[in-house]
Design a protein around this ligand. Structure first.
Ligand code: 0RA
Length: 652
């Protein structure tokens, strides 16, 4: 889901941990404490950051251990509970973490798992280890960052329990009664000394649990929020097919059921589900051991190679391409494709900037072979679906050729990437992208105010007239023909499509500033859809922001205050005193503010609030954008009814 977070909350809040009392200091204990100290001193090293994102990663870490137990075949249900006090409790019906004495360390295995860095719950190997990225740091990290934590394990009819404070056991593993069902229950309260926020967000957790349920066919994951009695159950008998159907919910599929295959070859588990739709964008998601590989890797390369090859060989065998005189290349073969590739690898090597790119070279050939085999068979057995796919892809290739010509033309005419700037852009005088920002502003009149109000050294203004094209319903050739979109591309300087180059971006803050009304929020969604589909890296790099203009000005005598929500308005009215003389002005549009007001309320870095657009789970954003902007209206109105709250959150 595209979420927004305040500029001011991005800074990490790293605090030194206090040393923990309560244990005899033998060598092992000291080593354990040193480990936990390190985690508390530098939490971001272990969980990425200490803001909302890191907070939620603690839940994923605990849940991942239960999912691993499910993968090993011993667990089929996981319950995740969010407590009124912001505690989290995860219960599974697996074998239970072993509680007997660890032969070397002379303490219970449970205690080792909970208090030793990197011990993990996985000392019975051969299973698919989750490691790399942010997952797999070990539940001891979560324990170290929790004000309190306890674990109950039920094995052999007996319940054992141990408690911890800030990662340190407060006592031994004790007997805690009898129980029939085996399993593990872990409960913890994230430490507010560590995290900038400890409020768990239902929607963020829900989307990861949904993803895990899609990826692990038949696994039942229940989310219960005791703060508001919200419940959701994620269980998909279709697995990856259900995932693809979810992503294609608002799209028109070219054939009924997703192509779905699974095979284990040379110890690598390969599973793929895919379905073409009549849209123009590609939605391909790849996973390794349940981790979303944002940067792709060998499994994705293997899939892509096999896809292009299978389609070309089917098309040429039945003479579907030649008569049209086009050749299908990789990009063509993925137009309108929604696919999920999930592999399980025993010793995954993760590479890349965010450690989310699979490096194991042997996986490439394995995925390629499995995909070739199954796609070949699918095309032979489903000639009518095959024909529809090839027809669509031939159109894609034809359009690609037209787009290339159009780009060549526009390159000459308006220099999409030559450095010539659009006439409407009021540029800033500084040239260093890191210190520069651009406001993309709805309407010429607000654009005028912004130009007069700005600090012209580092703030550029680009006014847009009316709505930009809905890129969800257009192919790249038409998108490049759209005047407003061309202005954005030339203004930003980073090109688009094959020419996109993030290092050429002219501003490191791209700020969308629209009116606080329905039209404004529509324009913002159109712009976000464009950036999401065609300039994703700008979002990934954290360059995209949404300006927050005030909703009201509350005034009494000489006192005046701008307020940004209904709640704040009521609070300020109370503060000013309820009696007469309080006047309230509602700002419907940016144009109603003069340049000075616009600067003071929305543009001055000292006073403004910017919401940063972040993308923790691209697949939810993909689903949301296609439901909001796609062609079928049925799912859209249903979606808005069911998710009114969610949509409001996006459209802050
Ligand atoms: C290793 C061995 C065994 C169970 C587990 C790990 C295990 C860990 C977690 C973490 C959360 N839930 C879990 N469930 C199980 C069992 C070995 C055996 O019984 O033989």
């Amino acid at each position: 889901m595209a979420t927004v977070m305040k500029e001011s909350t991005r800074k990490n809040k790293e605090k030194a941990g206090k040393s923990a009392p309560g244990h005899a200091y033998d060598a092992t204990t000291i080593k354990v404490l040193e480990g936990l100290e390190a985690v508390r001193r530098r939490p971001a090293m272990y969980i990425g950051d200490v803001s909302q994102r890191g907070l939620h990663h603690t839940v994923y870490e605990v849940v991942d251990n239960s999912v691993d137990e499910a993968l090993a075949g011993f667990c089929d249900t996981i319950l995740v509970e969010l407590g009124k006090d912001n505690s989290v409790t995860v219960t599974d019906n697996g074998r239970g973490i072993p509680t007997e004495m660890h032969p070397e360390q002379k303490v219970s295995a449970l205690e080792v798992v909970m208090t030793t860095l990197h011990a993990g719950g996985k000392f019975d190997h051969d299973s698919y280890k989750v490691s790399g990225g942010l997952h797999g740091v070990g539940v001891s990290v979560v324990n170290a960052l929790a004000e309190w934590c306890w674990v109950e394990v039920c094995r052999d009819g007996e319940v054992k329990r141990q408690e911890y404070k800030r990662g340190v056991a407060t006592g031994r593993v004790k007997s805690a009664g009898k129980g029939k069902i085996t399993g593990t229950k872990t409960s913890y309260l994230p430490d507010s000394e560590i995290f900038t926020t400890v409020e768990m967000k239902f929607d963020i957790i829900a989307s990861r649990l949904r993803e895990l349920a899609f990826l692990n066919q038949g696994l039942k994951i229940i989310l219960q929020d005791h703060r508001n009695d919200k419940n959701e159950v994620f269980e998909y008998s279709g697995g990856l097919s259900s995932f693809v159907e979810y992503l294609n919910e608002n799209k028109t599929a070219l054939y009924k059921k997703p192509i779905h295959f699974q095979k284990t070859k040379d110890n690598v588990d390969v599973e793929v589900a895919m379905q073409y739709n009549d849209s123009y964008s590609e939605s391909v998601y790849s996973y390794v051991n349940n981790i979303h590989t944002i940067e792709g890797g060998t499994h994705l390369t293997g899939f892509r190679t096999a896809l292009t090859r299978s389609i070309n060989s089917y098309a040429s065998k039945y003479n579907l391409v030649k008569k049209n005189g086009v050749n299908l290349v990789g990009d063509d073969s993925r137009e309108g494709l929604t696919a999920v590739i999930s592999v399980r690898v025993r010793e995954p090597q993760f590479e890349g900037q965010t450690k989310t790119k699979l490096g194991n070279s042997e996986v490439r050939g394995i995925v390629e072979a499995v995909t070739n085999e199954h796609l070949g068979a699918f095309f032979e057995e489903n000639p009518s679906a095959g024909k529809k796919i090839v027809e669509k892809l031939v159109q894609a290739a034809t359009a690609r050729e037209a787009a290339r010509k159009a780009k060549e033309l526009t390159r000459r005419k308006t220099a999409l990437d030559s450095g010539a700037l659009p006439g409407k852009l009021a540029d800033c005088s500084l040239r260093d992208p890191e210190s520069c920002e651009i406001y993309i502003v709805e309407g010429d009149s607000a654009g005028g105010s912004a130009k007069q109000g700005r600090d012209r050294r580092y703030q550029a203004i680009l006014p847009l007239r009316g709505k930009i094209l809905n890129v969800e319903k257009s192919r790249i050739d038409r998108i490049l023909g759209n005047e407003e979109i061309r202005t954005i591309i030339t203004g930003l300087g980073c090109g688009i499509g094959d020419d996109f180059n993030v290092s050429k971006i002219r501003y490191h803050k791209i700020i969308i500033m629209t009116d606080a009304d329905v039209d404004g929020s529509h324009i913002r969604t159109l712009l976000l859809t464009f950036f999401f589909r065609y300039m994703r890296e700008l979002i990934d790099k954290g360059y995209m922001y949404i300006a927050q203009p005030p909703l009201f000005r509350v005034k009494k005598g000489k006192k005046e205050q701008y307020v940004y929500s209904e709640e704040e308005k009521n609070r300020v009215i109370k503060q000013f005193g309820k009696e007469s003389g309080v006047s309230i002005q509602r700002y419907k549009g940016l144009g109603e503010m003069n340049p000075e007001q616009l600067w003071n309320t929305t543009m001055d870095p000292e006073k403004r609030t910017l919401l940063q657009v972040t993308l923790d789970d691209a697949f939810e954003a993909d689903h949301l954008f296609s439901v909001l902007m796609g062609s079928e209206t049925g799912p859209r109105s249903k979606f808005i009814k069911e998710n009114a709250q969610y949509v409001r959150n996006l459209d802050i």
